[in-house]
Design a protein around this ligand. Structure first.
Ligand code: FAD
Length: 326
């Protein structure tokens, strides 16, 4: 049995949470298989992050630390990851299902001739091999998939796989790698759209607004509740298409896939395409004045009522709660 290899994604000098989830899941599987966990870390000034990967369960980190790797370049990153996989010969490769992971994993799979199962929400072991559970048909059904051959390569949905408590006493072996940084396409600038805002796909709490808000002038009701709860703010496609909010806030089949601990849907009907992006949230709260709205079928808690009445009261209650808590 080979080891388990993960990809560590770095943004703004920090390891992204889905990468730590991938290492945590790799550790859980590796403990059951008596295997090792290795992680590939690429970027500029990233060497210092290897210890953190160790605390979450990596035994060895392959560090490619080079100023040429500062902006993400598909070709170079894919080359480095494929290079380590060829050398380390892992049985399993886990990549976070982030924008970068979605771009990188298929290219690496093609390079090394591996089968790739994307957007996995659960991994189990059967006789030493993996079984993956993944949504199909926009979340209407779940498929259980197994691989032929090795490595068994998967991308993991963010916020679904549990983070291990970091173990400060765990050490990690660091192996420095070099990669040919020649690329046919280069990122020349990155324009961050929402500086300081909580990234939707990593948020633990999301408040989303839909057409029930009636117009962009009322969307501040959703934003205020989001601020009071320290949440990220999302939206349905109907309000994005109407130009009320930016497309990067769209949740759903053609928007972002999210799995927060708490998802509050305000004035959203719950069309299948919206559910495809949020139904794996741990707790769903729906506020809708139509008791028959489909969103109530997936909601853990439902409020049949008017968002214009309920949102200000919820925001006030949240502010009072956090004030009292200090
Ligand atoms: C190929 C394809 C891809 C798509 N991708 C996506 C996607 O990624 N994400 C997405 O969201 N949609 C997507 N859609 C669109 C989707 O089908 C729905 O049209 C959309 O989700 C509806 O948005 P909504 O719930 O905000 O609006 P509506 O469906 O109009 O629902 C508004 C809801 O607000 C309620 N309401 C009205 N007034 C109030 C009030 N005062 N208080 C409380 N509730 C109130 C109503 O009862 C209603 O349930 C896609 C569609 C297609 C065909």
């Amino acid at each position: 049995m080979g080891g388990i290899l993960t990809f560590g994604e770095v943004r703004d000098g920090r390891l992204r949470r889905p990468s730590l989830e991938a290492v945590s899941e790799a550790r859980r599987l590796a403990d059951a298989l008596a295997a090792r966990v290795e992680t590939v870390l690429l970027g500029s000034g990233v060497k210092g992050l290897a210890a953190e990967l160790g605390r979450y369960g990596a035994d060895r980190v392959h560090v490619f630390d080079d100023p040429a790797l500062a902006p993400y370049a598909t070709e170079v990153y894919a080359r480095a990851l494929a290079q380590v996989i060829r050398e380390a010969k892992p049985s399993v490769v886990l990549v976070p299902f982030t924008a970068m992971g979605k771009d990188l994993a298929p290219r690496v799979a093609a390079k090394i001739g591996a089968g790739l199962v994307s957007d996995c929400v659960a991994l189990t072991l059967q006789e030493g091999r993996l079984l993956a559970r993944r949504p199909m048909y926009a979340g209407k059904a779940y498929a259980t998939v197994r691989w032929e051959g090795e490595p068994q390569m998967a991308t993991l949905r963010a916020n679904v796989f549990a983070l291990r408590p970091p173990d400060a006493a765990r050490g990690v072996e660091v192996v420095a790698g070099t990669v040919d940084a020649a690329a046919r396409a280069r990122v020349t600038a990155v324009h961050a759209a929402a500086e300081g805002k909580i990234e939707l796909s990593e948020a633990q709490i999301i408040v989303s607004g839909g057409r029930g808000l009636k117009g962009p002038e009322h969307f501040h009701l959703v934003q205020s509740l989001g601020e009071a709860l320290g949440a990220a703010v999302g939206a349905s496609r109907a309000v994005v298409d109407a130009g009320w909010v930016d497309h990067q806030m769209q949740v759903g089949q053609t928007g972002k896939t999210v799995s927060p601990t708490l998802y509050i849907a305000c004035g959203i009907s719950g069309a299948i395409q919206h559910l495809a992006g949020m139904s794996s949230s741990k707790y769903i709260v729906a506020i809708n004045k139509d008791a028959d709205a489909p969103i109530f079928k997936v909601a853990n808690y439902g409020v049949v009522g008017d968002v214009f009445e309920i949102l200000p009261r919820l925001t006030q209650a949240a502010k009072a709660y956090f004030l009292a808590k200090g």
